[in-house]
Ligand binder design. Structure first.
Ligand code: NAP
Length: 482
């Protein structure tokens, strides 16, 4: 089927910029080239920053209601073109079509929600300690923002930055991942159609992410950087932003524990584990990474999980009934393969799967359940980013918490229990930004999303997500008398 909304030029200052140099965007399911996209670098990034800087005063001066009306139109257009966007997403990212359709709705929801929320970016009237003074605080947009996004959610990871930024009155330069620039460019085209003015939203595509990133970090006109991606790149950007003292949001890697206590509802826990672990072929930052299961329920849980995982259908995301698509690239295939083989060599056992899929051993990995995983294995310590559930057995609640927290990461976490006291205790004890309690899917635009420790800084979504794009200014009125 022919893809619609395919844009291959970058968007800078309202103009679609072609380039002599291009890079290929390929379909991870079969390696076919879908499009050739403008390969820009540091100099074009500077032009985009300049455009965003010029556009900022007029955009910031508009009312939140006015900006919100444009953003609502943008969100409506995404929904109007949902099917075309979903097909584009599956083509460049690989996820099953049903999941792509879900992401378009989820992505549009950030724009719609922040369009409303910015109308409520209240300051405070502060009770004065001095009769001659009156004190207030107001909220103002931070200025030009940079947004660097990953490939695993090619629309939602952009709208959850651009939505609040534009709603707050900021202007933005976005760098999408080189694997998935087409979704970014398609939604940018819809933003222009919705009435987002020239320079307010700029999309810089390019293969040299280091050079583009450095140009964004080094420029003092960029007042904030929002990054979603891996922890090593996040730490590099954190350091690079020190020189210009930018405000930062860093949404980084995870290593989510998924604890199943003996008193859990077995079927609910298995379904939650499947939703959390295998969505997007296991390539989400909030994916259950370590399934920590209490001894009394371990074997029954492992058996039921294995039964369901073995029945999953692997294939191209456009094929009917497929739930497990390709991994994003050869590097991801190697990483998942190495983690599983090392674990098996160290004593873990695959109850199903355990290797590349016969469908195409270079692109697909068979959904896997491993038992006998221990904390000394790399698969316990690192983000798997593939369709592999790694089960660890435990005896006591204290041991489960210790295992859950035995990681430098702290993004999502999950546990299943029907004991209300335990639910409170464990939720409070887990070192993570988010806790799913008897629930495997927790992301929504209305709740604060983000991590602690090496999983990053700041929150996206909810009123906290808007605050990331606002500065608080304190006004002190003197000589009032009284
Ligand atoms: P990545 O390699 O860190 O890349 C993320 C983005 O950063 C891409 O746009 C990439 O561009 C760019 N980039 C890479 N090196 C850069 C540099 N030196 N300077 C500036 N930009 C640079 O991560 P990924 O493999 O795409 O994404 C997977 C990771 O993202 C996982 O760790 C996952 O947990 C994390 N993630 C976190 C969240 C969250 O909310 N916490 C959400 C989704 C994903 P190119 O691709 O063009 O090189």
């Amino acid at each position: 089927m022919r893809l619609e909304l395919v844009e291959t030029a970058a968007l800078i200052d309202g103009l679609w910029i072609e380039a002599d140099r291009t890079f290929d965007v390929t379909n991870p399911a079969d390696g076919a080239v879908i499009a050739q996209v403008a390969d820009l670098g540091a100099s074009e990034t500077k032009v985009a920053i300049e455009a965003a800087h010029r556009a900022f005063p007029a955009w910031a001066a508009r009312t939140a209601k006015d900006r919100g009306a444009i953003l609502r139109r943008w969100s409506d257009l995404m929904l109007l073109h949902a099917e075309a966007l979903a097909r584009l997403m599956t083509a460049e990212q690989g996820k099953p079509l049903a999941e792509s359709r879900g992401e378009v709705v989820y992505g549009a929801a950030f724009v719609d929600w922040f369009a409303e929320e910015a109308k409520r970016s209240y300051g405070h009237a502060i009770p004065t300690p001095d009769p001659s003074k009156r004190l207030v605080s107001i909220k103002q947009p931070v200025g030009v923002c940079a947004a660097i996004a990953p490939w695993n959610f090619p629309i939602a990871m952009i709208t959850r930055k651009v939505g609040p930024a534009l709603a707050a009155g900021c202007t933005v330069v976005v760098k999408p991942a080189a694997e998935t620039p087409l979704c970014a460019l398609a939604i940018a085209r819809l933003a222009v159609e919705a009435g987002v003015p020239a320079g307010v939203l700029n999309i810089v595509t390019g293969k040299d992410s280091g050079a583009i990133g450095k140009a964004l970090c080094d420029d003092a006109r960029v007042r904030k950087l929002s990054f979603t991606g891996s922890t090593p790149v996040g730490k590099l950007l954190y350091a690079q932003c020190a020189g210009t003292m930018k405000k930062l949001s860093l949404e980084l890697g995870g290593n989510a524990p998924f604890i199943v206590f003996d008193d859990a509802d077995l079927e609910a826990a298995v379904d939650g584990a499947i939703a959390s672990k295998y969505r997007n072929t296991g390539q989400t930052c909030v994916c259950a990474n370590r399934l920590i299961v209490q001894a009394g329920i371990h074997d029954a849980f492992a058996a039921r999980l294995t039964e369901k995982v073995a029945a999953m259908k692997v294939g191209a995301g456009t094929d009917e009934g497929v739930t497990i698509g390709p991994l994003i690239n050869a590097k991801a295939m190697r990483k998942v393969g190495d983690l599983v083989s090392e674990a098996i060599l160290s004593g873990a056992e695959a109850l199903t799967g355990g290797g590349p899929d016969p469908l195409d051993e270079d692109r697909f990995y068979t959904p896997t359940v491993l038992v006998g995983v221990t904390p000394d294995m790399r698969i316990f310590q690192e983000e798997i980013f593939g369709p592999v559930a790694a089960l660890v057995r435990f005896e006591t609640e204290a041991e489960a918490i210790e295992l859950a927290n035995a990681t430098p990461f702290g993004l999502a976490s999950y546990f299943y229990s029907r004991d209300v006291g335990r639910c409170w205790r464990v939720a409070e004890a887990i070192e993570a930004g988010m806790v799913g309690i008897n629930e495997g899917i927790i992301s929504t635009e209305v709740a604060p999303f983000g991590g602690v420790k090496d999983s990053g800084l700041g929150r996206e979504g909810a009123s906290e997500g808007l605050d990331e794009y606002l500065e608080t200014k304190y006004l002190c009125f003197g000589g009032v008398g009284g």
